[in-house]
Write a protein that binds this ligand. Sequence first.
Ligand SMILES: Nc1ccn([C@@H]2O[C@H](COP(=O)(O)OP(=O)(O)OP(=O)(O)O)[C@@H](O)[C@H]2O)c(=O)n1
Ligand SMILES: [Mg+2]
Length: 454
Amino acid sequence: METYTSIPEDLKLAVLEKVKPTEAERKILTVVQEELAAEVTAAAEKLCVSDIFVKMVGSAARGTWLSGTHDIDVFISFPEETHRRDLEISGMAIAREVAKHAEHAEDRHAEHPYLNIVFKGFDVDLVPCFRVASACQLKSAVDRTPFHNEFVKTHIKGREDDVLLMKQFMRGGGVYGSELRTQGFSGYLTELLIIHYGSFENAVKAACIWRPGQKIDIMQHSEMGHTEPLVIVDPTDPKRNVAAALSLDRFCMFIDHCREFLANPELKFFFSALVLPLEDKELLEKLDSRKSSQLAVVFKTPDVVEDVLYPQLYKMEQAAAALLNEYDFSVIKTGVWSGKPETVIMLELISGTLPNVKKRIGPPVWVREHSEKFKAKYEEAENVFGGYIENGKYVFEIQRKYPTAKGLLEEQLVNCSLGKQVHQSVSEGFEVIEDAEVCRLKDPDFRVFLRKWL
Ligand SMILES: Nc1ccn([C@@H]2O[C@H](COP(=O)(O)OP(=O)(O)OP(=O)(O)O)[C@@H](O)[C@H]2O)c(=O)n1
Ligand SMILES: [Mg+2]
């Protein structure tokens, strides 16, 4: 095994200088949190809702938020015996009352509704939850969050800087965020890694030798088997894997990021370099040197939240690749880019065209019944180039139904198994553009995607 030098102190300080909130920033956050708590209490009193508690949760309440990220999670906790409907109605009524003093408000929906508001420049979630006795007795998925908060607050003391370093390091590696778009590491997961390994440096060193099946159970209370690449048992709920949303590729990207960083600890591992949009000229040069086929399936982006959209796009990416493979096209790789107004599924193929002739291999000649049927079918069929015996089997050279990948996608893509909103949008219309035609897609963010793609 390679031996690594320690991470230089001045490198950590240089990162913290950029990502650690200043005293002034902390003060503002505290003041806004206090104002929000007072607003919620006042709203509850006004609406005659008694017995609710206001709880500040998330990284803002734990001192583990990155400077410049301005989200505050406010939980409005109701007695456990409250009916779900009452919780939703009263919780949302309180949230809407608070929103009267906000710059912007938007209804969101997880397992039950909550309100997202912009309050004094902060991105605030007002989330009603049940006050359950323990996280494993949850009535709603969000009920665990206050327990996470207590656990982290009591165990993280003095190691907040290590959390900030780890969050930023994961950002630099493109693996931070548990949303379904990224399928990476959540904030809580990052905090648990620091609690378990004791420091940023220890965690990074440990991850270099992780393999799928790695399990961390801080409370030693899990009896469950899990199949995910990384299992971090929730200290507040033995049945939950905090890393359940982490994909195998993000898991491995993190391992790789840790190894590369320790071999050469530099600032660039925390702050990835700005990628410039790919120009037409560069695009044409790349296409010319790769000599593969590029196909872009372009359609209108469905108007749904990212957590609904991305799983459907990843499903479509898989479905398109499977369709192409089924019809003999060799797929090199697939990718997804989504913006407004358009979404693009990129497909790189060994070739987008195949010969008109397709070889159909039949049964061995000595399996009399089947082979005679096979022979009779193709001898009479139209568009057959010819037939012969090869390795004891009848072989016919027939006309290929889809000699171009573009033609195949145009005709068959809508029949693939696609998610609801993506299917709806694709049914309304889509376009398949090829190779140099991709120059038509000008969105700068798409061109950034293309630079990494080619
Ligand atoms: N996949 C998720 C997302 C969120 N949470 C809970 O909801 C809280 C708030 O979520 P979020 O704002 O996404 O994460 P933070 O921990 O606040 O981290 P960040 O600094 O990225 O905001 C988390 O701390 C965690 O307790 C969770 O359990 N599982
Ligand atoms: Mg947060």
